[in-house]
Design a protein. Structure first.
Length: 314
């Protein structure tokens, strides 16, 4: 109650002075910390629409758990580019996905999001196991039988996971040693950006984001999109592991003819349904290898050509 009363009083000040902003910041943070989650959500929802939230309060809210911060990250006009980039880089993939949903992203923020890599997307099960080992070492007094049971269960789970990994990777065992590109997989942020640009029909930004996802030149992503049948983009999205419904949506955005019905599904869905995932991965890797040989020396830092970013033709 006290938190919302403070927020309501602040909302009623049409043109807050520096003193008003400072006083609100000093009051808000301790009240917020002491409030219930429901009160916190109500306060954040109200402040998400306020045009003059103090920068310290805006940053404080943006750093809250995503279950609280999401409305503010998506809607608030009080988060500048530097703050958005800092939040995306330090708070994790969920916060970055919320930022992607903003309607007014600047090119600076988009570029930062396109190149974003989150450690949690790359974390492997063996790293998690290694991180858990010190904790296990701190409790040597546990019964040996219980420890043995836990070890057997963990070993069985790891064995099953490794079995599945081996199945997924079997078709790559015969790759030449010189092929160090490896399989590409979309991070959650990359997938969200691709879907956003498709929804906006922004082919240029989509191609830039796709090139980053592929670690390829802009020319490869542009060539893929120039296939008006949509087959090459379908192959690419499948090879990158994009979720089926999201891939179908992207295809329909850029190739309207794929929205037509084909039986009980759209043509885009039928096209994706006919593709073999392993074949798509292998074809995508062959495209990337060819691109690295052709354009590898022409794209320092894997950035898109300046002419393409500005919309000029080379």
């Amino acid at each position: 109650m006290v938190l919302m009363a403070t927020v309501t009083n602040f909302e009623n000040v049409s043109h807050p002075s520096k003193t008003d902003l400072r006083q609100f910041a000093e009051l808000f943070m301790p009240l917020f910390i002491a409030s219930t989650d429901e009160a916190k959500r109500e306060a954040i929802a109200a402040l998400s629409q306020h045009p003059s939230v103090p920068s310290a309060v805006a940053f404080f809210i943006a750093c809250q758990p995503i279950s609280l911060a999401a409305p503010f990250l998506i809607s608030s006009k009080c988060l500048d580019d530097d703050t958005l980039i800092t939040i995306a880089r330090t708070q994790g993939a969920a916060h970055a996905r919320a930022i992607v949903r903003r309607e007014d992203l600047s090119p600076t923020v988009i570029d930062a999001l396109v190149g974003l890599r989150h450690a949690e997307d790359l974390k492997r099960p063996d790293e998690e196991t290694a991180a858990a080992e010190p904790q296990a070492a701190e409790s040597p007094e546990e019964p040996k039988a219980e420890v043995k049971t836990d070890n057997i269960a963990a070993a069985s789970a790891l064995e099953e996971e490794m079995r599945q990994r081996i199945k997924q990777m079997a078709h790559h065992l015969n790759r030449p040693e010189s092929d160090v590109l490896g399989l590409r997989r979309l991070s959650e942020v990359q997938e969200a950006l691709l879907v956003r640009f498709a929804r906006e029909r922004n082919a240029r930004q989509f191609a830039v984001a796709l090139a980053d996802s592929l670690s390829s030149s802009y020319w490869l992503s542009e060539r893929i999109m120039l296939d008006i049948s949509g087959a090459q983009l379908a192959t690419t999205l499948t090879g990158l592991g994009m979720e089926f419904s999201e891939a179908a949506f992207v295809l329909q955005c850029f190739y309207p003819h794929l929205s037509a019905a084909e039986g009980d599904m759209s043509r885009a869905e039928a096209l994706l349904d006919r593709l073999d995932i392993v074949e798509c991965e292998e074809r995508l890797e062959s495209w990337r290898r060819a691109d690295s040989y052709t354009h590898g020396r022409e794209r320092p830092g894997r950035s898109a050509p300046a002419a393409q970013r500005t919309g000029t033709q080379g």
